[in-house]
Design a protein around this ligand. Structure first.
Ligand SMILES: Nc1ncnc2c1ncn2[C@@H]1O[C@H](COP(=O)(O)OP(=O)(O)O)[C@@H](O)[C@H]1O
Ligand SMILES: [Mg+2]
Length: 314
């Protein structure tokens, strides 16, 4: 269980987190989705008691990350953004060393079981330096799982992996997540949708969207936003438009126009136009203004892949 309330973090005079509030329950895989600099790593470092927040409260596995940090560390497994691995160590020895640091009983046995969990048993006697990036990520995961933590915090667990390895790691995380609380960060929308039960979109230190992957899918790919303008007064029109089947979220803008959404599979524009005219209003304008949530996500990720965009244009 993770419970975060009004978490803020300042680096000097720069505020990196602006009052984050969210929860993650046991048996739930929650995705932290956002571009570089959004505050994902900062939040995760606070949740793992590596660094205190400036204000706000975080309870992890029932303990306060500031005043009960030792208890938190016993119950949390952390895969940092860059896994600090000793490349000249043998896989088994490295994990044994980590298990000893945690004073785990029956360390040899525990390491063996953990290697089996992450599918690395056959590499136990190999050097870390000789392993692929995907295999090293598994060692990082093994290290995070050694003490069988209630809560797992995984910072960009699939970054730098090839597509085959990504599929394997995702599958592994889903398995592990069945009995634990998992918070993982990613900047890839499709990844969040594939692994997570719930997605929190974070941007510039704020959670801007929270939803299930299914809803996100329909909202992101789906809802088209339309602006509608009538001559004179639009009083009484909104409730009529609301009644049209497939219309979502009708609202009045300060400039007097109305706005609503619909799913592309169910184009309601003709029916709305008919409704407006039959109700005796003059329809002056009806125009699509793009995908509201997709706009948010594009806004979130547009600093992310300038190279790709350039390539796509040329
Ligand atoms: N140690 C630090 N000192 C100063 N600023 C930092 C430090 N770590 C992160 N930041 C800033 O805080 C913001 C959030 O960063 P981070 O949590 O690493 O985001 P993310 O993991 O989502 O990419 C960024 O603006 C980043 O530049
Ligand atoms: Mg990060």
């Amino acid at each position: 269980m993770i419970r975060v309330e009004e978490l803020t973090k300042d680096y000097g005079s720069r505020r990196a987190l602006h009052g984050l509030t969210f929860e993650a329950r046991q048996g739930e895989v929650v995705g932290f989705l956002g571009p570089n600099g959004a505050g994902k790593t900062t939040t995760m470092r606070i949740l793992t008691s590596y660094m205190p927040p400036t204000s706000g409260e975080a309870i992890v596995a029932g303990y306060n990350v500031v005043s009960e940090s030792l208890e938190v560390r016993k119950r949390v497994g952390y895969l940092p953004e860059t896994v600090p691995l000793y490349t000249d160590m043998v896989v088994f020895d490295y994990l044994k060393f980590m298990a000893d640091l945690r004073h785990l009983p029956n360390a040899d046995e525990r390491v063996g079981e953990t290697l089996e969990m992450v599918g690395l048993l056959d590499r136990a006697n190999g050097y870390i330096g000789a392993l692929s990036k995907g295999m090293r990520q598994r060692i990082g995961l093994a290290q995070a799982l050694l003490h069988r933590p209630e809560v797992l915090i995984l910072d960009e667990p699939t970054i730098g992996l090839d597509p085959g390895q990504v599929v394997e790691i995702r599958h592994l995380i889903r398995e592990i997540g069945k009995e634990r609380t998992v918070l993982l960060s990613t900047h890839i929308l499709s990844e969040a949708q594939q692994i997570c039960d719930r997605v929190l979109i974070i941007n510039k230190g704020r959670i801007v969207v929270e939803d299930t992957p299914e809803n996100l899918q329909s909202r992101l790919v789906g809802a088209e936003r339309v602006i509608l303008r009538v001559g004179g007064d639009s009083d009484g029109l909104a409730p009529r438009i609301e009644k049209v089947k497939g219309v979502q979220q009708v609202k009045s803008n300060p400039d007097g126009s109305l706005e609503f959404q619909f799913l592309p599979a169910q184009d309601v524009r003709q029916q709305v136009a008919k409704t407006v005219i039959e109700a005796g209003y003059d329809l002056i304008e009806m125009r699509a203004v793009g995908l509201s949530l997709e706009e948010i996500f594009l806004e979130l990720t547009k600093e992310e892949e300038p190279d790709k965009k350039k390539k796509a244009r040329s």
